[in-house]
Design a protein around this ligand. Structure first.
Ligand SMILES: *Cc1c(COP(=O)(O)O)cnc(C)c1O
Length: 198
């Protein structure tokens, strides 16, 4: 479970850390980096937001996981900068299965090509897929969305048996469906911390 602490005060991270949580997520570099610097050092940080090219260096230096790789160019830039900085982030490829225009992510077709590229990148480790269902789906459709993502993962893994193929899927509103469909990482914000600051 990744505790998504975006727009929550540092104090919230400290309390959750005292309770034993060690995986936290942020979705913006400007907000996340100062929090990471002030937070306990034994936290594993996950970047879950849309990553702009000019923020890749800061991201690679401070986050061990990047859930939101949504283009081959971003992948290559992460690989290059991770090499320069001597880090090796674990990344997920973000898939936009529903082709939701409000969301980032690649089509199911392009993710197959980008995965091949990712598995050849020496300075990062591609560990899985990430997806966010459209907000307007009903419960059964949400479960179906997560199962489709799991099936895509299985297809890709049969073509790339060395790939771990983990699934980052599920947020406060839908994590139970995501777990039922085989999520390995759920990204939970408000159900842990309450409402975010404006
Ligand atoms: C904010 C955010 C979350 C957590 O959302 P909640 O609904 O508060 O659980 C998870 N994933 C991503 C990508 C987010 O931006």
């Amino acid at each position: 479970m990744v505790a998504v602490s975006k727009r929550q005060p540092l104090r919230a991270v400290q309390v959750a850390h005292d309770l034993g949580l060690r995986h936290f997520g942020e979705s913006q570099i400007q907000e996340g980096v100062p929090k990471i610097k002030a937070a306990p050092k034994d936290i594993h940080w996950h970047f879950v937001g849309h990553l702009q090219k000019n923020k890749v260096r800061a991201c690679v230096k401070h986050f061990q996981y990047i859930h939101s790789v949504d283009s081959v160019k971003l992948l290559q830039r992460i690989n290059q900068i991770a090499g320069e900085e001597r880090f090796r982030p674990e990344v997920f490829l973000q898939v936009n299965l529903a082709m939701d225009p409000d969301k980032h992510g690649m089509t199911a077709e392009s993710v197959a090509v980008v995965l091949k590229e990712a598995l050849g990148c020496p300075h990062l480790s591609c560990i899985g897929l990430m997806g966010i269902p459209p907000l307007d789906l009903g419960e059964g459709e949400t479960l179906g969305f997560f199962k489709d993502l799991a099936n895509l993962r299985s297809t890709l893994r049969s073509e790339n048996p060395e790939w771990p193929g983990r699934l980052s899927m599920g947020m406060s509103r839908d994590f139970e469906w995501a777990i039922a469909a085989g999520a390995n990482y759920v990204r939970i914000g408000t159900e842990i911390f309450g409402e975010r600051l404006a």
